[in-house]
Design a protein around this ligand. Structure first.
Ligand SMILES: *Cc1c(COP(=O)(O)O)cnc(C)c1O
Length: 380
């Protein structure tokens, strides 16, 4: 029996003029940071998301590190974040000596549970970092109100949520600072890359300096100072224009990328509905006031054994389905802060039951047929 080619969990592909733009960038002779394509990407983000400033960065992780620096995190300060997220959401602040305070998630959207935030706030809390899981907005009205009442910052980790909206307003436009990821697993990509969105303009000048190794190089190139020099702490967080050129090709094609992802997402949701109902499997829940970003499609299996069984059933058929996010509060590194099992029961339960399905721009209808067919054959 001939075996079908494997269907990976994710596969990168070209969506438009990425390669032409790279040739053009190289031909210009200027491929370091802060060049023409990076500026085009920044202008695109500013216009499309309605944010006042955007800076391209080497990764979302680095944009988070910049946010921790800009908000003045010091050893002993605390940051509140969902336990169910990627490790960088915590590490960026831990690098500054901060203590991560892990909050549980909502059972419906798997987002930061806004009703649990206030009880975690102390005199040392400096910021809340909501993560728009799967590209569905967190309850930003409640989160912004809590932050305002306690005089603390909000950094949106919008790695999943580019082009999503909450009550009609783009995700990424709510926090003082927001971060984007263009890692290959994200909707729009250049392999590795990110952006810092700056809604609080008082942070912009220092953001430019921190991103340019602690120098006022950006002001020098605008002709605002006659030489550039070391003025603050900083690092090397600027995206190369080779990557920005690739990324701009993806951003130009954003509508067709998002449309394709929506089609795939909706087909999973429709074609698996009956099977899910018959097998006690929960499908994603998207509140009516959230326009989601179609970042990922997941199934919540009835119990941990069925999670493992479905993943290996699909693997035997050459299909890459995966779980993710072991809750950060239970990771070996987080034990030093006295975290323990049972502290975030929803996240602990979800991480043992979630299965994510292949969802990427180049997934063909025939490949999706195979994924759906294989799931319908599975009897947990
Ligand atoms: C992918 C991701 C990041 C990190 O992005 P990089 O660009 O790889 O640094 C951070 N937070 C979340 C929620 C992510 O999914």
């Amino acid at each position: 029996m001939p075996t079908d080619p494997a269907i990976p969990f994710n596969r990168s592909s070209i969506a438009g003029s990425e390669i032409e733009h790279i040739r053009d960038a190289v031909a210009s002779g200027q491929i370091a940071g802060n060049q023409a394509y990076a500026r085009r990407c920044q202008n695109f983000l500013k216009e499309t998301l309605g944010v006042p400033e955007a800076l391209m960065t080497t990764s979302c992780t680095h944009a988070l590190e910049m946010a921790a620096l800009l908000l003045g995190f010091e050893p002993g300060d605390e940051v509140i974040l969902p336990t169910y997220t990627f490790v960088s959401t915590a590490n960026a602040f831990v690098l500054r000596g901060a203590r991560p305070i892990f909050c549980d998630i909502r059972p419906d959207t798997l987002n930061l549970d806004e009703t649990r935030i206030e009880s975690l706030i102390t005199g040392r809390t400096r910021a809340i970092v909501p993560v728009h899981y799967a590209g569905v907005g967190c309850e930003m009205d409640a989160i912004l109100e809590i932050a305002r009442r306690h005089g603390i910052g909000v950094v949106e980790d919008n790695a999943h949520g580019l082009f999503g909206k909450y009550r009609g307003r783009p995700l990424g436009s709510f926090g003082q600072l927001s971060v984007q990821s263009f890692h290959e697993t994200k909707n729009i990509t250049c392999g590795e890359g990110g952006a810092l969105l700056i809604n609080d303009l008082s942070l912009f000048e220092r953001a430019e300096i921190i991103r340019e190794k602690g120098t006022d190089r950006a002001r020098f190139f605008r002709g605002e100072v006659d030489k550039y020099t070391w003025v603050d702490i900083g690092s090397s967080y600027v995206m190369s224009d080779v990557l920005a050129a690739f990324l701009f090709g993806q951003l130009e094609a954003w509508q067709s990328i998002q449309q394709k992802r929506q089609t795939i997402w909706e087909r999973y949701d429709n074609d698996l509905r009956e099977w899910c109902a018959a097998h006690g499997v929960r499908q994603p829940s998207v509140p009516a006031h959230c326009e989601q970003a179609w970042h990922l499609y997941y199934l919540l299996m009835p119990d941990p054994p069925s999670q493992a069984a479905l993943i290996s059933h699909l693997k035997e058929r050459g299909i890459g389905a995966v779980f993710h996010y072991r809750p950060l509060h239970l990771s070996p590194f987080a034990l030093q802060w006295g975290n323990q099992a049972g502290q975030c029961p929803v996240a602990e339960d979800v991480s043992d039951r979630i299965v994510r399905l292949p969802l990427f721009y180049a997934l063909s209808p025939g490949e999706q047929d195979r994924v759906i067919g294989a799931i319908l054959e599975f009897d947990a």
